[in-house]
Design a binder for this molecule. Structure first.
Ligand code: FES
Ligand code: FES
Length: 222
């Protein structure tokens, strides 16, 4: 950024000189050291440098039916709150940029990539993670489907994949193969080629509808 050309800089300080003997700025050797305070006394080192003191905020939410609360830094991602504060490590972290879906949980009944949300944004929400899916010792039909139809290999994508599939079946318990593929398209799997995952969701859909699931591919000779 050319600080000399910004109106804000000129308003605060007038045109900046670039004295050769005044040291260097934080980004390159052309940035004068005084630009640190060019924005009306704005101290860039204080704002973006190592934190000298931490601001904590209290968050409370219901996770898997349990009321929890903690003090977190405002920048804490929901996925880190779940994994590190609550020690619920079934929710995985893959990319932290919203691409892979490994971190998918339900927030107030909707599938959400928990790396795209701050913990403080979930204050007061109801969260469901993979650990809360089985009930009374019984796997959820989607978990059962992944087991019965070999819907996983390394298992890294599996918790997020299952949470997305559960959300899909809650909206439509009889999805076509295309609708299943569309429903899980935000979840990346590096192992399976998706085929058995689709079969697992078909199995789960049949279970949810109270029907007999279709036989597995290997019994149909596929
Ligand atoms: S870790 Fe959240 S989308 Fe990849
Ligand atoms: S089973 Fe390995 S990434 Fe999906």
């Amino acid at each position: 950024m050319d600080y000399e050309s910004t109106a804000l800089t000129r308003l605060s300080y007038g045109p900046l000189r670039r004295p050769k003997d005044k040291g260097v700025g934080p980004h390159n050797d052309k940035t004068p050291a005084r630009t640190v305070t060019a924005f009306g006394g704005f101290d860039r080192f204080k704002t973006f440098g190592p934190p000298t003191e931490r601001t904590l905020m209290e968050v409370s939410m219901t996770v898997n039916g349990r009321a929890v609360s903690a003090e977190v830094e405002p920048r804490t991602l929901l996925v880190h709150f779940i994994r590190e504060n609550l020690r619920l490590t079934g929710t995985h972290v893959g990319c932290e940029t919203g691409y892979c879906g490994a971190c998918t949980v339900h927030v107030d009944g909707k599938a959400v990539k928990s790396c795209t949300m701050l913990a403080v944004q979930a204050d007061g929400a109801t969260i469901l993670t993979i650990e809360g899916l089985a009930a009374n010792g019984q796997l959820h039909p989607v978990q059962e489907g992944f087991w019965e139809r070999h819907g996983l290999q390394c298992g890294f994508c599996t918790p997020g994949m299952i949470m997305s599939a559960v959300a899909l079946l809650e909206q439509n318990n009889n999805p076509s193969e295309d609708e299943i593929r569309h429903g899980i398209e935000g979840n990346l799997c590096r192992c399976t080629g998706y085929h058995n995952i689709v079969r697992a969701v078909e199995y789960a859909g049949a279970k949810v509808r109270g029907e007999e699931p279709p036989p597995p591919d290997w019994e149909r000779g596929e």
